[in-house]
Design a protein around this ligand. Sequence first.
Ligand SMILES: NC(=O)C1=CN([C@@H]2O[C@H](COP(=O)(O)OP(=O)(O)OC[C@H]3O[C@@H](n4cnc5c(N)ncnc54)[C@H](OP(=O)(O)O)[C@@H]3O)[C@@H](O)[C@H]2O)C=CC1
Ligand SMILES: Cc1cn([C@H]2C[C@H](O)[C@@H](COP(=O)(O)OP(=O)(O)O[C@H]3O[C@@H](C)C(=O)[C@@H](O)[C@H]3O)O2)c(=O)[nH]c1=O
Length: 285
Amino acid sequence: MIPKILVTGSGGQLGKCIKDLDEGLLNIQYVNSSELDITNKRQVECFFEKNKFDWCINCAAYTAVDKAESDYETAFKVNVQGAKNLAESCKEYRVKLVHVSTDFVFDGASNKPYKEVDDTNPIGAYGDTKLDGENEIAKILNEHFIIRTSWLYSEHGNNFLKTMLRLSRDRDQLGVVGDQIGTPTYAKDLAKAILHIIENDLSDYGIYHYSNNGVASWYDFAKAIFDITNSSIQLNNITTAQFPTPAKRPHFSVLDKTKTEITFKLEIPYWRDSLIAAIQNIKNE
Ligand SMILES: NC(=O)C1=CN([C@@H]2O[C@H](COP(=O)(O)OP(=O)(O)OC[C@H]3O[C@@H](n4cnc5c(N)ncnc54)[C@H](OP(=O)(O)O)[C@@H]3O)[C@@H](O)[C@H]2O)C=CC1
Ligand SMILES: Cc1cn([C@H]2C[C@H](O)[C@@H](COP(=O)(O)OP(=O)(O)O[C@H]3O[C@@H](C)C(=O)[C@@H](O)[C@H]3O)O2)c(=O)[nH]c1=O
């Protein structure tokens, strides 16, 4: 039987990437923030009571990293209370939950890729609320997949790729930090991995890491974008100290995907290959 799937926060970039992959063969209901506010417990309960689902993919989140520092309350409501509301309703109505989390649950002090079992220690409000959200889900619901990803970009919404493309049109030169290391992830690749879990009805519940393969600094990421698009902008490799932001970001947040690759039998694309594909998709729009 085809599973019935709910996608919350479907107006965001990950939600839209899932929709892009949906060829009508799956039974997916998409709800954006105005159709279902995950912070509204009563609304979530009523929604789950009225509609029967086998899976819920939670793409809803507060993702404004800098803004979260001065608006912790809203970030907490969405990333913690919202995650808790969904987990509670999933438990009550026997729905399996795929929830998305972040590399920003780590402090970045490591010098080797982070495994799922490694100690977390967020250094900013966004990462803090995302970690609390993970913990709420794990407390309430056994049937969950928490997928930590990093540096998401796509043709949809606001993201680093689209910011760089815009700045390359507006500016002659640009400074981008070279001392924050992680891995860019095409949201469409993540969307495929999530649908792979559901289509194969996997049940090895728990926390998993998924990013594209390889390692890059934000500077490397920007450099690749400008190389691929033949941009003539002058790109300067700067330090975090030269680009002050309200939120601290981890200096190193590469995720170890061994558990994901083995358990899900997934081949994960290298970040530069996916970037080329994403830029091509933007050009074709
Ligand atoms: N973006 C990134 O670089 C990374 C993201 N992640 C995680 O991946 C997931 C998807 O991120 P991404 O698609 O980029 O995020 P987006 O910011 O693009 O989308 C988030 C969506 O959540 C919706 N939303 C916010 N509040 C609520 C609410 N109360 N009820 C329902 N929906 C709500 C937003 O709707 P509206 O706009 O209407 O408020 C928006 O459409 C998130 O869990 C994020 O933490 C992890 C690592 C990197
Ligand atoms: C725009 C810009 C950013 N930067 C730096 C700031 C920052 O350190 C880094 C990335 O900036 P952004 O604000 O685009 O991305 P940021 O919001 O930090 O991205 C994070 O978002 C959340 C949601 C996550 O979960 C993380 O995995 C990560 O993707 O690049 C520059 O150095 N120069 C620039 O011109």
